[in-house]
Design a protein around this ligand. Structure first.
Ligand code: ACO
Length: 428
């Protein structure tokens, strides 16, 4: 495309190249804006209109409800691929051959032990510590235990750092949970696959034989695949930004975990259940809470509704909604929170406030409910999201490093005081 973006200011005309993506998304490349205009910058709080990078990993169209990884539709990946197959696709760009997948799985398994001294760090946390805080700290601590892989210079070193974190992260997550519960720390069993291991390490009780439940495993694998990547969301942008200073993969992912924790991002799945419990405890009047969400003087929002990008429907939510029903039926779950959730969904979807603003249930609305049905404790919901998102963070970090992207450093519009004289203490 030969079109250009034109900007006129104080009678001067500035031209900027237009760049078009493979899905015909159009961007104006303003790389030269500040230099050519003598200091003008763009202001875009929340980056609602700003592309921070070029990426080949994930395409999403929020209007049409499309999500694809490396060209493959999320609906197909969720149905046909394993978690590590999708992870390989995201990170390395192509679906693995049988041999590539076997090697990848084997290399991850070789890294499924963590240093025993991690237990000393865990000892220092109070039992009530939120597992996301613990997971972020322990992921950062990997930099201390594996200093060799904090500064990677070759693809081989990068691969080693990647398989290390994929192997160790679920162990750290399971141990953060064990700490909460006052339970012994489980070790991975390399005869199990990645998802079975996650479930086993989290829920095996030493006095009892662990019997995997295939319904739980299938639902969990699908859920985690659906969470793997979502282009430049808050936590992924954090991972890329931290990594752009050439901080290690472990440090960058640790920052991503912290970003994911917030209730406006991954923490929403926990917030959904807390909101449903609040509605039940308050007598179950759904309309009252819908009205509160619409009241601009009330900070309450319907958790699990709305999305920065999806303004039609969240394709991940549609897939989860279907499997949620299957899981509830096969596990025989009857939960008052589920009834309230369905009622809430119906009312919100027909209410003009939500329709006009295109506020649909997002992935967190259903994932919270399904995690609850699978017996996952509420404070572990966002940890499960983090385990799912890990391959996406890795893929985006790797792409950023392979493209040799410059350090991320936004500008600002300063609105504070201009220069003034220092005020002596006696005059303040
Ligand atoms: N409940 C009630 N009103 C809402 C909600 C909600 N959940 N979400 C947005 N709105 C309203 C806003 O008040 C605003 O109304 P206005 O135009 O009258 O001022 C309008 O809808 C647009 O909302 P914004 O906040 O401008 O939309 P934004 O794109 O900045 O925010 C977000 C998106 C953060 C997801 C928001 O919808 C929200 O807070 N949802 C609840 C939290 C949640 O579920 N987060 C998970 C997101 S998915 C994920 O991270 C995996």
């Amino acid at each position: 495309m030969s079109e250009i973006g034109v900007f006129e200011f104080k009678g001067k005309r500035y031209e900027f190249p237009v760049e078009v993506g493979t899905e015909n998304e159009i961007s104006i490349n303003i790389k030269t804006l500040r230099g050519s205009t003598g200091g003008i910058i763009t202001l875009d709080p929340g980056f609602k209109n700003t592309g921070s990078c070029k990426s080949e990993i994930t395409f999403l169209d929020g209007e049409k409800g499309i999500l694809r990884h490396r060209g493959y539709a999320i609906e197909e990946l969720a149905k046909k691929a394993s978690f590590l197959e999708v992870a390989y696709l995201l990170i390395f760009g192509e679906l693995p051959t049988k041999a590539q997948l076997t090697k990848f799985e084997g290399d991850i398994k070789k890294n499924s032990l963590v240093n025993e001294e991690i237990k000393d760090i865990l000892d220092g946390f109070p039992r009530s510590a939120h597992p996301m805080g613990v997971l972020s700290s322990l992921t950062g601590a990997l930099t201390a235990f594996h200093p060799k892989y904090t500064d990677v210079h070759s693809e081989e070193e990068m691969y080693k750092a990647i398989t290390k974190i994929l192997g160790k992260f679920p162990v750290l997550a399971a141990w953060a949970h064990a700490k909460n519960e006052g339970m012994p720390f489980n070790y991975a069993d390399n005869s199990l696959d990645y998802i079975e291991n996650i479930l086993m390490m989290m829920y095996k009780i030493p006095t009892e034989k662990y019997i995997p439940n295939p319904v739980v495993k299938k639902a969990m694998e699908e859920l985690l695949i659906l969470h793997q990547d979502h282009e430049q969301n808050c936590s992924t942008s954090t991972v890329r930004l931290v990594g752009s200073s050439h901080a290690s993969l472990f440090a960058s992912v640790s920052a991503g975990v912290s970003a994911l924790w917030g209730p406006l991002h991954g923490g929403a799945n926990q917030a959904v259940i807390e909101m449903l419990n609040e509605i039940i405890a308050d007598g179950g009047d759904v309309d009252k809470f819908i009205n509160r969400a619409k009241d601009k003087n009330d900070p309450f929002r319907l958790m699990g509704f709305g999305h920065r990008v999806y303004k039609n429907f969240d394709p991940r939510a549609l897939i989860i909604k279907k499997s949620a029903d299957a899981v509830f039926e096969s596990l025989g779950v009857t939960d008052p929170a589920l009834k309230v959730a369905k009622h809430l969904e119906e009312v919100a979807l027909s209410d003009p406030y939500f329709k006009e603003r295109k506020l649909f249930p997002n992935v967190d609305f259903y994932s919270g409910i399904i995690y609850k049905a699978l017996g996952i404790p509420v404070e572990m919901f966002t940890v499960m999201f983090a385990i799912g998102r890990l391959p996406g963070w890795i893929a985006q970090w790797r792409e950023m490093r392979m493209n040799n992207e410059p350090i991320g450093r936004p500008r600002q519009l300063y609105t504070g005081e201009t220069i003034r004289d220092f005020k002596e203490m006696s005059k303040r």
